[in-house]
Design a protein around this ligand. Structure first.
Ligand code: SF4
Length: 326
């Protein structure tokens, strides 16, 4: 596993016989996208940069590439996701340079509180160091389990904000390596096991139990706000890796069976301002699970996930995190 260089991308494009490409990038790699476009054009490949913000491999711009007459798509910043794509696509994941082992060394005492048999997971940014981390932990007496995950991820031990399959192994607790709270909270909620997040940048270790509880409290408040809602907009995504039409239809059916008005809405970029003017009391997002959870404060109506609708309708008691499983 190594960084894919511009030279390697050019070699692949030449093998494909590609003369024009679309480059898609997340916010943080715009400079790299521009440098890559310059490099490709110097080497005879016409390059167009997509100006749309991209958040994940779940949203490849292959349709746009085809529309623009491109022979290939270069998707920067995320690892491969199995999807049916309309043009050959080169996924170029971005690996972080930070060494993860010092942060593990510093937090060995806390990590031991997980138990001896631990699951080890991380995001794509640090996945190239997972094996080093595993060996370090094994040298320090742990039994380390690295789950395979499912077809939505590229590597064993990798989790996404919508997929924690790799963490679901027979361990006493889960060690997450990475920055940010969303992924480790998801791990804690999806596994219901003690979860410790070690941040390789700051060197901090944070237990996720309290964070997960706080998130559940916020989500119960959203469910409570939707209790009197009669009219629901059920939103499905047109992004290829977020499209869950069957699940969205199931949610519409459930709501209607319980006497509610429900209407299916398809959107690409899901945001509340685009929905102003519709007559709904509440929304259900059947797309990226991060949208209702990260962004709910910007919605003027309650916004729920599918498992939260089941709670609302009295079909489920325990809180469950919304996941897209492969
Ligand atoms: Fe990330 Fe959301 Fe896409 Fe999952 S659906 S890969 S969490 S952007």
């Amino acid at each position: 596993m190594h960084e894919v260089s511009s030279g390697e991308i050019l070699k692949i494009l030449r093998e494909l016989g590609a003369e024009r490409v679309l480059i898609q990038t997340p916010e943080g790699l715009k400079g790299e996208a521009q440098a890559l476009a310059d490099f490709l054009e110097e080497n005879g490949v016409e390059a167009i940069i997509s100006g749309d913000i991209n958040y994940g491999a779940c949203d490849p711009a292959d349709r746009e590439a085809k529309l623009l007459g491109c022979d290939a798509l270069i998707h920067l910043g995320h690892s491969y996701m199995r999807l049916h794509l309309e043009v050959p696509t080169i996924f170029v994941p971005a690996f972080a340079a930070v060494d993860v082992v010092p942060s593990l060394e510093r937090n060995l005492g806390e990590i031991r509180r997980l138990g001896r048999r631990i699951a080890l997971v991380t995001t794509a940014q640090h996945i190239h160091q997972l094996d080093r981390a595993r060996k370090f932990l094994e040298k320090n007496g742990f039994d380390v389990l690295v789950g395979h995950g499912d077809s939505r991820v590229s590597w064993p031990g990798q989790v996404l904000g919508c997929n924690f399959a790799a963490a679901k192994v027979d361990a006493e607790g889960v060690l997450f390596i990475g920055a940010g709270y969303f992924h480790p909270i998801g791990v804690a909620l999806a596994t219901r096991k003690p979860t410790l997040a070690v941040n390789p940048y700051s060197g901090d270790a944070i237990w996720m139990d309290n964070e997960a509880e706080r998130l559940i409290r916020r989500r119960w408040a959203q469910i409570a706000k939707a209790m009197d809602a009669e009219r629901f907009g059920v939103i499905t995504s047109t992004k290829k890796g977020q499209l869950r039409l069957a699940e969205a239809k199931r949610v519409v059916r459930l709501l209607r069976e319980h006497g509610k008005y429900a209407r299916l809405i398809a959107m690409n970029h899901i945001s509340y301002p685009a929905l102003e003017g519709f007559d709904f009391d509440a929304y259900v997002i059947v797309a990226c699970p991060r949208v209702p959870i990260d962004d709910y404060e910007n919605w003027r109506r309650p916004v729920l996930t599918p498992p939260e609708v089941e709670i609302l309708l009295g079909l489920r008691e325990d809180y469950e995190f919304d996941e897209i499983l492969g």
